[in-house]
Design a protein around this ligand. Sequence first.
Ligand code: GRF
Length: 179
Amino acid sequence: MHKKKLAVFISGYGSNLNVFLQNKDKFADLYVVSSNAEAYGLVRAENCNVDRLVLEQPLSWLTLQQKLIERGTEVIFLAGFMRILPASFVNLWEGRLFNLHPSLLPKYKGLNSIQRAHAAGDEIGVTIHQVTAEVDSGHIVAQKIAVSQSEVGPMSLEEATQRTHACEHELVLAWINSL
Ligand code: GRF
């Protein structure tokens, strides 16, 4: 099977990045791009000898695009990347750009999704979707329930959050194995 050249974009802790790092042999290339020089995910990548790129401020999407082309990147995965991508960049990667979101989209788009679903007593889950210019709105490729409607009532926000993050890691692994 053709192994892909993947770039994972992060901004912080990188627990989902960790799933990619643990499975790096499944990729022809793994490249970590961070919008934040202090992101702990950069340490994780360094510990696994995976190349990193820290984006400069102000961010030049054109320069980033050039670096990805030089690298031969085929697919981009956004794993906690806290910058909104401009349509000009998204359009260049149509069908090859994916995002992980901690809700059962189309519900709870945007920030604090777990907290909002929990406060509403709604089931909580995670989604991997293709990225389009409109935030959290592209074609859904994988979805998984982390906390069911009947479980959510008595569950603390802390436990619901932990369960959702563990569910994200499972969904990321399933996505990697489906490539
Ligand atoms: C995850 O909940 C992801 O869905 C969201 O940002 C968080 C990143 O967590 N977009 P981590 O940095 O992978 O631990």
